[in-house]
Design a protein around this ligand. Sequence first.
Ligand code: NDP
Ligand code: MG
Length: 382
Amino acid sequence: MAKNISILGSTGSIGTQTLDIVSQNPDDLNVVAMSCGSNLDLFESQIRKYEPTLVSVGTEELAKDLKTRLSDITIDIHYGMEGLIAVATAEQADTVVTAVVGMVGVQPTIAAINAGKDIALANKETLVTAGHIIMPLAKEKGVSILPVDSEHSAIFQSLNGERHNKISKILLTASGGPFRGRTLDDLENVTLEDALKHPNWSMGAKITIDSATMINKGLEVMEAKWLFGVNLNQVEVVVHPQSILHSAVEFMDGAVIGQMGTPDMRLPILYALFYPNRKTLYSEPLDLFKVGTLTFERPDMETFYGLALAYDAMDAGGNVPTVFNAANERAVAKFLKNKIKFLEIPEIVSEAMINVDFIQNPTIEQVLETEQMTYDYIESRW
Ligand code: NDP
Ligand code: MG
């Protein structure tokens, strides 16, 4: 029987690659609901091709526009946060692919878990800010959280069901981004265009900038902590510029098991959707003879101090990871509009972490309040 999926963010980089996997497995996957932000042209063509019964867009106005475009078919159209939650909890859905970017994914993910859906999780910001609520809730509801992020999928595949108390450490690989090897001085005047040129992966704009600052790796350290139940000091970032080893686990006996592959997000998406089975992926296989050499180096935490800030945020606990994440989201949005310089991104994150009020063990309401307090603080200063 086909698995029914809902996709939050079908028009994005992960969303479109998820639909590609659906196209490659038409008898095994069926899209019942999906959402987009504002890209109606692409969304309309996706709806006509994959025929979900429930969809959602960013705003009421966009929903009206979509209704007019789709007047020849019967479909349930929603919008805004209510719409994201409707997609996340669509009755027939077995699994929800969380492919929206940012904290907007927190409430829909929680709603999906409460509705008993398994989660194929790409939206790492959700775990960074609400991992302390989501992981226990998933356990209570008996739902699986399957990682889509390539490193976490690699760790998950390497663990192969072994318990986390057998892990000595997680080796979380990082490409180092477009500015690997540069100094703080070099980064003073880099442009948006420079930062958007990722050497190995083609991704959405926000995560591409996060890779350039290495804040993406900081978010991923926190994501690994929540997904695999390890301590922060057990997650070691290893810069590996070729992006072939997607991460590895060192076990207590010294065995290091990793997963290699070409840099293609469709593999972790496919793995999350069909776990515990493997399926054929129609793509270029890894050619180790072409790759030739794999190299590894320590991250430069002084130049890319956003990564060091992530460890500080996790150490501080409470709502500080939320402040870290929300400040980064807002700073990246400003950088993408050319309103601030590249190095102001970690500076804003650092200042927000110092200045936004601390809350121990925040509830979901307090996580969302913290997001707003962080935005207010940033708007008052930048
Ligand atoms: P994109 O920017 O490419 O896509 C984001 C999706 O979310 C789009 O469908 C967009 O709609 C929608 N969206 C954006 N803002 C809102 C909003 N406020 N309300 C509703 N929908 C919204 O992002 P990516 O696919 O690159 O990333 C998605 C998530 O996956 C992120 O958390 C990222 O960190 C993670 N991830 C991504 C990887 C990648 O290779 N891209 C790798 C590993 C993790 P629209 O475009 O129509 O406005
Ligand atoms: Mg990743």
